[in-house]
Write a protein that binds this ligand. Sequence first.
Ligand SMILES: NC(=O)c1ccc[n+]([C@@H]2O[C@H](COP(=O)([O-])OP(=O)(O)OC[C@H]3O[C@@H](n4cnc5c(N)ncnc54)[C@H](OP(=O)(O)O)[C@@H]3O)[C@@H](O)[C@H]2O)c1
Length: 289
Amino acid sequence: MKKVALVTGATSGIGRALVELLMKEKIHVIAVARNEEKANQVRASLASLTKEVSLDFVIGDFKNNQTTKKVSEDISQLIKTKYEGQLDILMNVAGIVSSGYHENEDGNEVTFAVNHLSPYILTHYMIPFLKASKDPYILVVSSLSHYRASINWNNIQNKKFYNILKAYKRSKLYNVFFVKALANMFPEIKTYAIDPGLVKTEIGLKNTSKLAAFVWKLRVSSGTDAYYPTKFMVDIILNRGELAPSGSYMKEGRAVKSNPITYEMSHAEKLMDYSATLTGLSYQKFANK
Ligand SMILES: NC(=O)c1ccc[n+]([C@@H]2O[C@H](COP(=O)([O-])OP(=O)(O)OC[C@H]3O[C@@H](n4cnc5c(N)ncnc54)[C@H](OP(=O)(O)O)[C@@H]3O)[C@@H](O)[C@H]2O)c1
């Protein structure tokens, strides 16, 4: 059977490019989108690739625990019925930046919810399917900005003194902790944090103030196109590049050192416990299985 990949954030930027490159490698893709119209546009633009591989869009929103669990259940159902309960590659790509402090229905700050809690929840649902694969991978798109983040256990969601950049950087730091925790827990699944570099996408134009959007436009003009980092990501899952230890932080296909605090596993463990409390989903249930 051909490999099956799940890609979030598939309607634009890095996620959209990944869907295309994976399909060109003859990998079936399950793509997640919150906007059905955009999903239809992506599907139409990639129609010529669907002669040999499937592209299924699952529509859902990562805005809160309940909606993320719903989309995770819908994906689970599709994997069971169409792919005999097997998933080979999970690419957690969806992400936001947000001007101003906003809470979702669970009382969680929205950047934290979309960038950290949604991959935490979705991955939890996908673990059994990944375990059914002979060569499973989890990639989580982090960011260069994580190097400039600190951790403050008294203000983990930036509820006090909210700042757009601080919230974003911290969420990307949490992505690295999450990857390190997963790599420890599931040695059979190759798990990597990805640093895509600066990429020309519209992330800084959504959920942002006019000033933040203006700054993003200026900054991103020197970025790469979305195919640049995604080629390296596809090379990783096809074992084409360096064979880096699971848990590594990858830049341009190579393992590089992440923020020194990401090597303190007590932080990663604490983040996992905190996320389990917030979502009601603990990874402990997979221990010794
Ligand atoms: N661009 C960069 O320079 C850069 C650098 C470092 C890291 N990253 C990371 O790369 C990832 C992709 O970002 P990008 O730059 O490609 O931005 P993007 O083009 O805005 O893509 C983000 C994707 O996430 C989706 N998304 C956002 N909120 C969602 C929600 N609540 N539910 C479901 N899907 C949601 C978006 O859907 P819509 O299409 O409907 O908006 C979009 O498909 C992010 O994790 C970001 O932090 C980007």
